[in-house]
Design a protein around this ligand. Structure first.
Ligand code: HEM
Length: 419
């Protein structure tokens, strides 16, 4: 009902929920005004609010938003881990091992746990998992309940979310107290952020919360995108075969030797189309800005102190832009040469100054993961599960979760044709 209300509305309008007013901007031309206006509409204001809710003190927030030193060095170079049946069985105690070549796992749980563990290892090395082997699970408890923060639920109703968050922040605190020499396998960005925060006088407790926000950014959306890509492929075996075939040249045997191969739409047009269509179907990105001074957008006066929201998901279902039946997963809509990915209505990663800085890494890691799984395993659904429902009612910061009880089992069988 809310969606149809939005769809029928051309001009920005105000929505008051839980005592807070949001101005909602549904038109691409008006959202461009929002992104361009960095003077009176602030993304930082929104994120700082999040930092406060998650426990950062004012000093830490202030120093994090002062200009940083300009002499930064290069970026880290994350790599993917190898997958094997034995590793799978060892790393997930819920997996049912059928024999030496076959295993069954609940797909959402498996992709989430595995990917968060990989992300954690790439950024924090081995140390964080040694400090708390269950930290990735605590994060997932928090991450599935993050909507309670976005809805500003009172603390007496958010104990479960806060407990998950508390465990991750506590582990990060212990990590930061561990002598640096004992965690030299951390990615450059973690180590550099820590050095800069120390030099700015940020205490360990605050550093842990700040790094927790990075942990969220790294892990929340990629794990879910992997689940949805695999789900769409499993429900369309022809497409799955195409994905596997197109990514084949990037492998030597079962080893991924050229992950950049399938980032190129000219070499892998179908992978490109599947990536975009998945983001379109399950992306719930909405840019939110704090209004720091009365501002007019699309002829509507927006009052200082409130927030303006651009719900990109609505624009992604606009049939005048994306073609017929936008509620149906149809990757071919991206193959029609109309340059849809450059459309002003296409914003799965937000836009403007705060466009997601992880968008290339996200595509790289999701496609590398899915291609590697398909290269090494035959994948099939166990039984005949219904298509999992997306939990559209709960806000997230990017990709939609599944509704509770909608996870389903898949069987992975090691492929033995590989040379
Ligand atoms: C499919 C995966 C992803 C999606 C859909 C996604 C989506 C988004 C969205 C919608 C925003 C807000 C932009 C705005 O309001 O203007 C954002 C911001 C951000 N994302 Fe992502 N993201 C993904 C993956 C990642 C990854 C893997 C990383 C890090 C490794 C990352 C790091 C960030 C950061 C640091 C910001 C804040 C940018 C800023 O303040 O300048 N994201 N992302």
């Amino acid at each position: 009902m809310l969606m149809s209300h939005f769809n029928n509305t051309e001009e920005p309008f105000a929505l008051t929920a839980f005592g807070m007013t949001f101005y909602v901007v549904t038109q691409a031309k008006h959202s461009a005004e929002v992104y361009k206006n960095t003077e009176t509409l602030s993304f930082e204001g929104f994120v700082q609010g999040l930092m406060r809710i998650n426990g950062n003190n004012e000093h830490a927030i202030r120093v994090m938003y002062n200009a940083l030193p300009s002499d930064k060095q290069g970026f880290p170079n994350p790599h993917a881990d190898n997958l094997a049946i034995e590793v799978l069985a060892e790393t997930c105690n819920y997996a049912v091992m059928k024999d030496a070549t076959q295993i069954e796992v609940p797909l959402y749980q498996w992709t989430s746990e595995l990917f968060v563990q990989l992300g954690q290892q790439v950024y924090f090395g081995e140390t964080l998992a040694k400090i708390d082997p269950k930290v990735h699970q605590s994060f997932l408890v928090f991450d599935e309940l993050i909507w309670k923060i976005l809805y500003q639920y009172p603390s007496f109703l958010s104990g479960d979310m806060a407990a998950g968050r508390g465990e991750v922040v506590a582990a990060l605190g212990k990590y930061l107290r561990t002598p640096k020499a004992e965690r030299s396998d951390a990615a450059w960005i973690i180590s550099a952020m820590e050095d800069e925060m120390v030099s700015l006088g940020v205490g360990v407790e605050d550093m842990a919360i700040i790094i927790f926000h990075l942990y969220i950014a790294i892990n929340t959306n990629t794990r879910k995108t992997i689940f949805w890509v695999i789900t769409y492929l499993l429900h369309n075996p022809t497409l799955l075969a195409i994905f596997r075939k197109e990514t084949e040249p990037a492998f030597d045997g079962d080893v991924l030797v050229d992950p950049f191969y399938f980032q190129d739409p000219a070499k892998c047009p179908q992978v490109d189309a599947i990536w975009h269509e998945t983001l379109r179907m399950v992306g719930w990105s909405a840019s939110i800005r704090l209004i720091t001074k009365d501002t007019v957008i699309g002829g509507k006066l927006m009052r200082e102190g409130n927030r303006v929201m651009v719900p990109h998901r609505l624009q992604h279902f606009d049939e005048t832009v994306f073609g017929e039946e936008t509620h149906v997963f149809r990757p071919e809509r991206w193959l029609n040469g109309k340059g849809l990915s450059r459309s002003p209505s296409w914003h799965p990663f937000g836009a403007g100054k705060t466009l997601c800085s992880g968008r290339f890494l996200a595509r790289y890691s999701v496609t590398a993961f899915v291609a590697t799984v398909l290269r090494r395993f035959d994948l099939e659904m166990v039984g005949n599960p219904q298509f999992p429902q997306a939990d559209e009612g709960r806000p997230v910061l990017g990709i939609i979760s599944i509704k509770e009880g909608h996870d389903y089992n898949v069987r992975l069988t090691a492929r033995n044709y590989i040379t």
